[in-house]
Structure formats: C-alpha cells, structure tokens
Design a protein around this ligand. Structure first.
Ligand code: DGT
Ligand code: CA
Ligand code: CA
Ligand code: ZN
Length: 567
C-alpha cells in the first residue's frame, strides 16, 4: 500500500470516529497520522518497526495498524466502524458543506440517514431548525445535492468543454489584473471527457478576477465564492472551479491543478527524496522557495524534463522524465492525410468535391473517400457496381481540385464471422481499405477476437476502423482480446485506427500504448461525414498523445508515396 492510500484509511477512520461522537483527541490522532504518512518521504510500509516507531505522531498502536494495512490491505477496525453506520450516512461526506460533525447533528436531530432524507428535510426547511445551520448553508447543501446527482456519470465530451473553456479564457484575459490563464485539470491533460473545468489564473489581485468570473455569460448557478476561489455552473451541467494565485506560485499551482493526482503525488515523492517540499505554492528547501513561478523550473529543479500534460497519469512518465527519455509526441501538423471519410455516396453530408476542397484547406496532402459497403443498406452502402462509378467521380474530382490527392477507398463491413462485405477482387482494386464492425457488437469476447483476427488476416485490409466500437456514454467497448489482436496485426502489418470522432476516440489512450509496444502502426482518422469534421483530427491526436504516440508510429504522417509503397 502506498502512503496516500494508508493516509486515506486513517482519514476515513477519523471521519467515522468523529461521526460516532468519539473524543476529540482520538480523532485528532488519526488525522495527524494521516497527514504524517501522506507527507512522509519514504514508503512507510518499507520501514522497519523501529524506524516506524520513531516517526513523530506514530505511536505503537498506529505502527501496528500500518503493519496490518501493509500485510492485509485493510484494518478490522475500519470494517467494524463501517458496519456501524448506514452507508448512505457516510456518503453524505461528499455533499458540499457537510463534515462529520454536521452529519452527526443531522442524524441525531432529524434522523437523516442518506441523501434522500437530506433532500426532503432541506426542501421542508427543517435544516435551519438546527443550531449552526443557517439558510446559507441550507442553500449550499441543496445546490450540492442537485449537482452531484445529475452529474453522476455525466462527463462532458472534450469539444463541448473546449468551447466553454476557450470563451472563458478570452473573457478572463479582459481583466487587467490577470497575468496568466490556463484551464488545468483533465482538460489540460486532454482526456476524452471532463468532469469539470479547473481554471487557474495568476493575477496581481484576486478580487476583481473573482468578480468578473462570477459574471461570465452562461453562468446559471453560483456554488460558492471566496477570496481566491469560486465555483459556478455554466449551462445546465458544466461545473467550473476557479483558483487565483500570485504570479510567484503560478507554475506550482499549474502542476498541482493539472494533476493527475497520481502524477502529482509521484513527483512530490521525488521532491522529498531531495529533501524538498512541493506543494501548490512552490518548491521549497526549508522555508525558501527554489522554484514556483514557472512549471518548467519545477520539473528542472527535480532533475526532470518538462512533462507534456497529456502524459501526466503516472504511467511511467515520471521515470522517463528523470531519464530524459520522454517521447516526442505526435502533433496535428504531423498529419499529412486522412484515411477514413464519407461522402453523399453513403451517409456523408457533402460531395466528394466539397470534401476535397476542405481537406486541402485543412492542410492535408491526401485523403481517402471510404464510404460504407453494401451491407449497410440503410445508408446506401456501396456494392461493387456503385463503387466503380464512384471511382470515376473520384478521378474527376482529383483532376479538378488542386493541392490534394483523393484516394479511392471503402469502409467495408466485417461480417459476423470475420469475412468481409465485398469480394477480395473488388477490394484489391482500391487504394485504401478500412474494415469495421458495425453489427453484432455484443458478441462474446472470444467470438469478437476471432472475427477481428480473420479480418486482419485479409491482405486487402489496411486498417481496422474504430476497433472497440465504443460510443462514449452510450455503448461499452466490445471485449475482445487486445493482445491477440495486436499480435496478429503486427504479423500481418495491419494498422489500427484511432477514430477521432469525439464520441468514439477509439482506440483509447492505453490501447494506443499497447499497440506501440506491440509494434502495430496506428492511423489517426477523422471519420468525417461533413467538411467541418476534418477539425476532429485534433481530438484523435490528443488521444494518441495520451498514449505516448510519436509521428513514426502513425501511417498518415507519411508522404503518400511512402504510404503506397508500404510492405
Ligand atoms: P475530472 O474533473 O474528473 O475530469 O478530473 P480532474 O483531473 O480535472 O480532477 P479534479 O477536477 O477533481 O481536480 C483537478 C486537479 O486538482 C487534479 O487533476 C489534481 C488536483 N487535485 C485535486 N484533488 C487533489 C488531491 O487530493 N491531491 C492532489 N495532489 N491533487 C489534487
Ligand atoms: Ca476537473
Ligand atoms: Ca475540479
Ligand atoms: Zn464506421
């Protein structure tokens, strides 16, 4: 068990003791122990019993508990305490404005045992009958309850969040006290979805910044405002946390609020090994700040290269930054082509010519028209006859639109048994073949693995489209055996797609990492159904960057000539 995990156990025990009305000193002993362990420079589970006893604030009893935690991962005491409370009661700790003391009052006076009880009592105006529960607190509780419920499981997709983020950044820059603005958190790490936005501002003075923030157009709810921070809801669900810091802490705060938590915890441990303290205010030796204003300087002072936010998930990036072997990540400008697009020949909304013009304007050198195959009758999937007709149009457009080479391709359906929806003789004639699963996605994992493997074995298939079939928030990824699929893809020289549609982003980041390790090439594709969809390539690049992908791992970074000469 890591120090932070042990610390959370102690914190939870302290909460439960307090909830049960245990005396102050006993509660405080666990809180202090939590803090001590969390900040301890070495892993406490690796210490000898003597060394453990020597840590200030850790007596024999707590040392025993740490030993038990290390050995079993839990404490009988914690399990026992947990059983003594209704689960709904412990969950109230996640409601804004409520700590153990107040929850205890609610339970004693109003017999509240869970969120539902709390909501009813609040709506009936009963909370303010308890001393210390003013109308303001009541309002905060009601808001927090409403918010946590409709937010549950509802993360916002990146592009929608980006729209708000970009407007807000521009808006905040209009405040003369603002020196720096960045949207940190999962947004800066370019996760496919964000829970909320964490906006960080460096300013000469906080108050005017907070005031302006609260007046941001689109704010529908103010969840709280203090001297240096505030929280609002924009639209019907996006929460935004603002934090204002002095310029001297900008870099440190940026590291802290960019996270991920696991990354921050890891680099804080690195700092401790140098006898330094890293927190959101700066990097300190004793009391003296040795870095803080710039993110780069903090990493540098720790002997690390600056880590791109997309990598900050504690998936090996800390070690790589210490060894100066971080990857040179793919960028949007590295992409020379797009190898999965649709037109009005199937379910696209624009003609090949319109798509070609926009592809050229998007800085691409080539793109492949890959409409659906016959099996998808609903979207007028192409049979071999219409495919031949389409090839003539592609040639004509290619001759007319300058600056772009149009390839003739197909997104051929992978049928249930892994055979393809068009004969090999037809596929052979094409410049580019994407093979995708669009039906029977709920197949058993073993059947899906066999299906994909069979498609990959077909020498005409260049790439597997949206391999997992997931649709964010709507459909789970199909559970095939990724290792086996990667093994065969490597053998056959078949690529896998990173579909850039914001609700697909398929492959996901960790699968990109696995593909790279297996020596399988990727293709970043827009799957554009409209000219504006070429812009989605950016989201695919984000996902690939989170998967440590470099330009050489991606086929469509290659000039067309190299692409067609490939093995
Ligand atoms: P999200 O909002 O669920 O998409 O994910 P994040 O990563 O944006 O998480 P959020 O909004 O809860 O917190 C923003 C950042 O603040 C997070 O990435 C790291 C930092 N942070 C939050 N809580 C803690 C904590 O307890 N310890 C540390 N070290 N950092 C934290
Ligand atoms: Ca966040
Ligand atoms: Ca947040
Ligand atoms: Zn598709």
């Amino acid at each position: 068990m890591r120090n932070d995990e042990i610390a959370s156990v102690f914190d939870e025990i302290a909460d439960m003791l307090e909830l049960g009305g245990e005396n102050f000193f006993r509660v405080r002993a666990y809180r202090n122990a939590a803090r001590t362990v969390r900040d301890y420079p070495e892993q406490v589970t690796a210490l000898s019993r003597e060394k453990l006893d020597e840590i200030p604030g850790i007596g024999a009893d707590l040392a025993d508990k740490i030993a038990t935690l290390a050995a079993t991962g839990d404490l009988p005491m914690r399990a026992e305490l947990k059983r003594s409370f209704p689960t709904g009661l412990l969950d109230l700790r996640n409601v804004g404005g409520l700590g153990p003391k107040r929850i205890r009052l609610l339970a004693e006076r109003l017999h509240i045992r869970n969120r539902e009880d709390l909501r009813r009592a609040a709506e009936a105006g009963q909370l303010r009958t308890i001393r210390g529960f003013g109308p303001k607190l009541e309002e905060r509780i009601v808001k927090s309850l409403a918010h946590t419920v409709d937010e549950a499981g509802q993360r916002m997709q990146y592009p929608e969040a980006a729209l708000v983020a970009n407007n807000l950044v521009a808006y905040l820059r209009g405040c003369p006290q603002v020196k720096q603005v960045e949207v940190a958190g999962s947004f800066r790490r370019r996760r496919d979805t964000v829970g909320d936005l964490d906006v960080l501002v460096a300013a000469s003075e906080a108050e005017p910044v907070i005031r302006r923030f609260l007046k941001f157009p689109g704010v529908t709810n103010e969840l709280g405002a203090g001297d240096t921070k505030a929280t609002v809801v924009v639209g019907d669900k996006l929460q935004i946390d603002l934090r204002v810091v002095p310029c001297s802490s900008w870099g440190a705060a940026l590291v802290y609020f960019t996270g991920s938590k696991a990354h921050s915890v890891h680099i804080r441990r690195i700092a401790q090994t140098y006898g330094l303290l890293l927190n959101e205010y700066g990097l300190f030796r004793s009391e003296r700040a040795i870095a803080g204003a710039e993110e780069r300087d903090i990493y540098k002072a720790l002997g690390m290269d600056w880590v791109p936010p997309e990598l900050r998930e504690d998936r090996g990036e800390v070690e790589a930054a210490l060894d100066h072997r971080l990857p040179a990540l793919l960028q949007r400008s590295d992409l020379r082509g797009d190898l999965h697009t649709h037109s009005t020949w199937s379910d696209g909304r624009a003609t090949i010519r319109e798509m070609a013009r926009r592809a050229a304007a998007s800085g691409l050198e080539y793109f492949a028209v890959t409409d659906h195959s016959q099996r998808l009758a609903m979207v007028h999937g192409l049979d071999s006859g219409r495919l031949r007709e389409q090839a003539r149009e592609i040639e004509a457009v290619g001759a007319k639109v300058s600056g772009i080479k149009v390839l003739s391709g197909i997104e051929v359906d992978i049928l249930e048994d892994g055979t393809l929806d068009l004969p090999d003789g037809v596929l052979e004639e094409l410049d580019w073949v994407v093979a995708s699963v669009h039906s029977k996605l709920e197949q058993e994992p073993s059947a899906m693995t066999r299906r994909l493997v069979r498609a990959i074995r077909n020498p005409n298939v260049d790439v597997i489209g949206h391999p997992s079939g997931r649709l964010i928030g709507r459909r789970e990824a199909s559970g095939f055996d990724l290792r086996e699929v990667l093994r065969v893809a490597h053998e056959e020289g078949c690529a896998l797609e990173v579909n850039a549609q914001p609700d697909r982003l398929d492959l996901i980041d960790t699968a990109c990492m696995a593909a790279k390790r297996a020596g399988v090439k990727l293709v970043i594709s827009s799957d554009a159904h409209h000219p504006r969809d070429f812009a989605a390539l950016e989201y695919g690049v984000n996902q690939a960057r989170r998967g440590w992908i470099e330009p050489s791992d991606v086929l469509n970074t290659r000039p067309l000539k190299e692409l067609s000469q490939r093995g």
